[in-house]
Design a protein around this ligand. Structure first.
Ligand SMILES: NC(=O)c1ccc[n+]([C@@H]2O[C@H](COP(=O)([O-])OP(=O)(O)OC[C@H]3O[C@@H](n4cnc5c(N)ncnc54)[C@H](O)[C@@H]3O)[C@@H](O)[C@H]2O)c1
Length: 337
């Protein structure tokens, strides 16, 4: 077997720390944690110490350019993703990029243009639901074709708590981008029209969203309904349902025992996303490492990241204007077909 791919992680906060843990604890066959970079020196040192990593950096160019770093994993804040992806590609290094690909459509377009110019895929985007068993099983059932055409995609995405009121831009770009990707991926079609509405946080600016509801229409006429709640209170939950001509397929992710006691019936729910998607976060890195080794890209592409951003921007515009927004059809570059 070849030497493991030496990964440098940029941004070792909550998500980057989780990914670094998977790499550093040997949970990702074919890859190893080689270097870390974060502006927060204490955090950086703590992660490096925990995993016995010698290479620590406070500049992105130093980790990206280091000769003993083969590939990068970017989990820095959203606004840096496009810039860092471009720097990795210009250095000739593949990158696992947390979602979203970018925070604006023009930035996402720049990344796609650079990658298509290079002529082979170098980016996998962290839409980890493609590696979540519950999602994969729902899609596989629909893909059998036994239930006929897909008619409706429904997605609930509920966070337990959030300390602050979130703007509608942040809610859609940072969180609902996952749901938008799930919709495109599971319905195997592009979204051509969106209509969004939001309930602002109590007592906060109308530009905030505690709850957001997006209605979408796909090119083939099917519909979608995407619900996101920033503070549902009870726990963290993501589930999907696809209605077909002959059958409805629903994910069922609360896998803990049902407890009947003292005139109640209860079931535990994951408190947050690392509990719910822990296996998917590991599996997406395993697939990434295997794809680098085999030189056969897999998983969500930069094009998926770009199309998700196109839909994100239309949804934000719809919520703000109160109008449905049409999305033009795009020709998919041959690299991503
Ligand atoms: N796929 C998922 O389900 C999922 C879940 C959570 C977060 N995320 C994504 O992961 C990314 C990080 O989110 P988080 O929740 O871990 O945030 P976080 O704030 O916990 O961590 C971000 C880290 O980036 C560091 N940082 C800031 N500026 C930097 C720079 N210029 N260069 C390098 N590091 C820098 C910060 O010091 C911090 O340690 C975000 O893009 C977020 O959207 C994805």
């Amino acid at each position: 077997m070849d030497a493991p791919i030496r990964v440098g992680v940029i941004g070792v906060g909550t998500m980057g720390g989780h990914h670094a843990g998977n790499l550093g604890y040997g949970q990702v066959s074919g890859a190893t944690l080689q270097a870390v970079m974060d502006l927060d020196g204490e955090l950086r040192a703590a992660v490096a110490r925990r995993h016995g990593v010698d290479l620590q950096f406070d500049q992105t160019r130093d980790i990206i350019g280091h000769p003993e770093v083969d590939a990068l994993l970017v989990a820095a804040p959203d606004g840096l993703h496009a810039k860092l992806a471009i720097e990795c590609l210009e250095a000739g290094k593949p990158v696992f990029l947390e979602k979203p690909l970018a925070t604006t459509v023009p930035d996402a377009e720049r990344v796609v243009e650079l990658e298509t110019g290079i002529g082979h895929r170098m980016i996998q985007v962290g839409f980890m639901r493609e590696f979540d068993r519950a999602h994969v099983e729902v899609k596989a059932e629909v893909d059998t074709g036994h239930h006929g055409r897909r008619l409706l995609f429904r997605n609930v995405h509920r966070n337990a708590h959030h300390p602050d009121a979130r703007t509608i831009e942040d809610v859609v770009t940072n969180s609902m981008v996952h749901d938008i990707h799930s919709a495109r991926w599971m319905m195997e079609d592009e979204i051509v029209e969106v209509y969004g509405q939001a309930v602002p946080d109590a007592g906060q600016d109308p530009g905030t969203a505690q709850l957001c509801l997006l209605q979408v229409r796909f090119r083939n006429g099917a519909l979608g309904l995407l619900e996101f709640n920033t503070k549902a209170g009870y726990g963290y939950e993501v589930d999907v349902e696809i209605s077909c001509e002959d059958g409805v397929i629903t994910s069922h992710t609360v896998g803990t025992p049902v407890v009947r006691t003292r005139e109640t019936l209860r079931q535990a729910i994951a408190p947050e996303y690392t509990g719910r998607f822990g296996t998917a976060y590991q599996d997406e890195l395993v697939a990434w490492a295997a794809s680098l080794e085999a030189e056969k890209p897999t998983g969500p592409s930069a094009w998926d990241g770009y199309m998700a951003m196109v839909v994100v921007e239309a949804c934000i515009e719809s919520v703000k204007t109160g109008q449905p927004i049409s999305i033009p059809e795009f020709e998919i570059p041959s690299l991503y077909r």
